[in-house]
Design a protein. Structure first.
Length: 279
């Protein structure tokens, strides 16, 4: 397998850690994890070093940084390679991200192949998300990125997420809807979401559902929003927005944030540099 070979070749540069080195790796990972929110690139440097020494967790965490363009330039191929390697060694969250990113690749970051520092993401490339607290900003970036991967306008996905949960990954409704995208158990199962309180898994499931609804209703934003709230069967039964006060209020709130009758992704591609938040 090419992927196994390429990662094995990289690890030849540094001996695999023995039992005595494991605590040092764990200490390095802990330091990197604490650094992520303040200096994502500094965390990437530490993850690169740990990954070269054979740390599966470092491979996964470095993959996350490349997947979402945190500290390092976004690179889905490098992220997919790192996720594939970690998943092949039993890392469950890496497998979930590999399913989310929907890409197979065998391209490792240069910092894995040799002792060089990863490329640094220019500070101006990071999206600015006003009116959101730090936790919401992090979730918003994940929503936007996963939406792009599934050809859903990030603005539309973010509008749904804000109306559903205000970007709270721990949100739980009285009807058992869970997480950022407020997935009910049936929808979570339908879109293969194992942990609805894992933000990236939950968002992936919600965005995949949006993509399915957009295809079904040919980009009609009103019908998609109504279906996301009440279910496509109710929309089909009433041949439009169901006469439920909750659903009508829901559609109105979504349309206030995303005031387009038709989904816009097919007309123009929204690059990461162009993404702007819903205010």
């Amino acid at each position: 397998m090419v992927l196994s070979w390429i990662f094995s070749a990289a690890l030849v540069l540094v001996p695999a850690p023995d039992a005595g080195e494991a605590p040092l790796l764990q200490e390095s990972l802990l330091a990197a994890a604490k650094l992520e929110s303040q200096d994502a690139w500094g965390a990437a440097v530490l993850y690169c070093a740990a990954a070269r020494k054979g740390s599966i967790e470092a491979q996964y965490r470095l993959g996350m940084l490349y997947a979402f363009g945190e500290g390092v330039p976004e690179n889905r191929k490098m992220a997919a390679t790192l996720f594939s390697s970690a998943a092949g060694q039993g890392h469950v969250r890496a497998q979930a991200m590999l399913e989310t990113i929907r890409l197979g690749a065998s391209v490792l970051p240069p910092c894995i192949m040799s002792e060089v520092k990863p490329e640094k993401l220019p500070e101006l490339a990071a999206p600015v998300l006003p009116v959101l607290n730090a936790s919401q900003q992090k979730i918003a970036r994940i929503v936007q990125q996963i939406a792009l991967w599934h050809d859903v306008d990030p603005q539309f996905a973010l509008s749904i997420a804000r109306v559903e949960s205000q970007l709270n990954p721990q949100a739980l409704s009285l009807k058992s809807a869970q997480g950022v995208m407020q997935l009910i158990p049936e929808t979570a199962e339908r879109f293969n979401v194992r942990d609805t309180f894992d933000a990236s898994q939950n968002i992936r499931g919600g965005v995949r559902y949006l993509r399915w609804l957009l295809d079904r209703y040919r980009g009609n934003v009103v019908l998609v929003a109504a279906s996301y709230n009440a279910g496509e069967k109710a929309v089909d039964r009433y041949r439009g927005v169901p006469p439920y006060p909750e659903t009508r209020d829901y559609v109105a709130r979504v349309m206030k944030l995303y005031p387009y009758a038709q989904h816009k992704m097919k007309q123009h591609y929204i690059s990461k540099a162009q993404m702007r938040p819903v205010l």
